[in-house]
Design a protein around this ligand. Structure first.
Ligand SMILES: Nc1ncnc2c1ncn2[C@@H]1O[C@H](COP(=O)(O)OP(=O)(O)O)[C@@H](O)[C@H]1O
Ligand SMILES: [Mg+2]
Length: 368
């Protein structure tokens, strides 16, 4: 099993900087995902780990062994890094059989013929294709081809598996089942994995830790629960699906709670979290599903209750979505259809008044 240590990693093409000073440690047996929008530098980072791309600065170490360091003039070729890679495009040889595709890295390493046959069969069994060895890969479905490329990646028993958006070409249902399958396989083999995706659900479902990237920079590294519940800034909150990103100013900060003055002038109580300076402009992130909403039946308002006007109502199946004018901004709330009656919202129409109730625990304060 490989542990990876990346220090001050940089990559530029001419004067264009793609990755600037990336720091990352991946533990033995860990499943780490690079998550970010298209063009943020995920593939470039993965290809530098693989040895398919040379860094322009910094070092990459596998355990004690430096595999890339332009300063020290070290560069270890991909075939000497003991890793397997799975690409979005599968990258199989269409004119070869399943067996020959999976055997390829073993032949590259000049393994003995009997050993190759055994390892190919083992790898095919792992991905459920034991009976497909003699088929031509061009006769297989997309999902089966992706399984062949996974078998090829693990056939030589590498210490590290690298995945670049391996499920993006599959339909939604197959993607969901392959997600579970890949994670189970990685755990069973205990191989360290670095996985690239732009799909937040995939990242959260599969990973031990997630690194959120934007424009070649690390926005946040943490467990899926950290990233989902406690995004560090507006970009991460937006990327992991917080529908409401409001703006306010810190009025008071304490480790357990803080007070925010919203742009509309209202005071909002929020969870403590990371230290903030009084007067700092912050982003207040709220999940639409955590914005409690009721009809405005009385004038009583508790702390963190805010008057709202319904601007639009949309039926989403299990829930109903309300776009509200509230806190001087637009706030989106989703209410389960089964709770509409109790909330007095069964007949709610645009123009009606309502009240938004925010539990301080659901109000996430992040960097603006
Ligand atoms: N060979 C290259 N020459 C110049 N720019 C490149 C090259 N390869 C990638 N880039 C640029 O690097 C940036 C990051 O690309 P990439 O790592 O593929 O992003 P991602 O995988 O996150 O979508 C993009 O702006 C891309 O245009
Ligand atoms: Mg990419």
């Amino acid at each position: 099993m490989t542990d990876i240590h990346i220090r001050s990693l940089a990559k530029s093409y001419g004067s264009k900087s793609i990755i600037d000073c990336l720091e990352l440690d991946v533990a033995e047996g860990e499943f780490l995902t690079l998550l970010g929008p298209s063009g943020c530098g995920k593939t470039t980072t993965l290809r530098m780990i693989a040895g398919l791309e040379k860094p322009t600065g910094g070092t990459i170490r596998f355990g004690d062994r430096i595999v890339a360091s332009p300063d020290q003039n070290v560069f270890v070729a991909p075939e000497s890094r003991n890793l397997g890679m799975v690409f979005q495009s599968y990258a199989l040889w269409p004119h070869m059989t399943v067996f020959d595709n999976v055997a390829y890295p073993l032949r590259m390493r000049r393994a003995a013929k009997r050993d190759i046959a055994q390892k190919v069969q083992d790898a095919l069994r792992l991905v459920g294709l034991a009976d497909y060895a003699d088929r031509s890969v061009s006769m297989l479905s997309g999902g089966q081809q992706q399984r062949v490329s996974v078998a090829r990646a693990v056939s030589a028993h590498p210490g590290l598996l690298l995945f670049d958006e391996p499920l993006s070409n599959l339909d939604a249902k197959l993607r969901a089942s392959m997600r579970t399958e890949l994670r189970a396989l990685q755990q069973r083999l205990g191989i360290t994995a670095v996985y690239v995706t732009h799909d937040q659900l995939e990242a959260l479902a599969m990973s031990d830790r997630v690194l959120v990237m934007n424009k070649g920079e690390v926005m946040q590294i943490g467990t899926p629960a950290d990233i989902f519940r406690q995004p560090r800034n507006r970009f991460v909150a937006d990327f992991v699906g917080f529908e409401n990103l409001l703006t306010g100013t810190v009025e008071q900060y304490g480790p357990d709670s803080c007070a925010i003055r919203m742009n509309g002038g209202q005071a909002l109580k929020a969870k403590g979290g990371e230290p903030r300076a009084v007067g700092e402009t912050v982003c207040v992130a709220l999940r639409a599903s955590r914005v409690a909403l009721t009809a405005a039946t009385s004038a009583d308002r508790a702390a963190n209750d805010f008057d709202a006007t319904i601007e639009a109502v949309a039926f989403l199946g299990d829930t109903q979505q309300f776009n509200l004018s509230c806190l001087g901004q637009t706030v989106v709330a989703t209410v389960p259809v089964a709770e509409l009656g109790r909330a007095g919202l069964a007949e709610a129409r645009p123009g009606d008044s309502a009240v938004v109730h925010l539990s301080p625990d659901e109000v996430i304060v992040t960097a603006a």
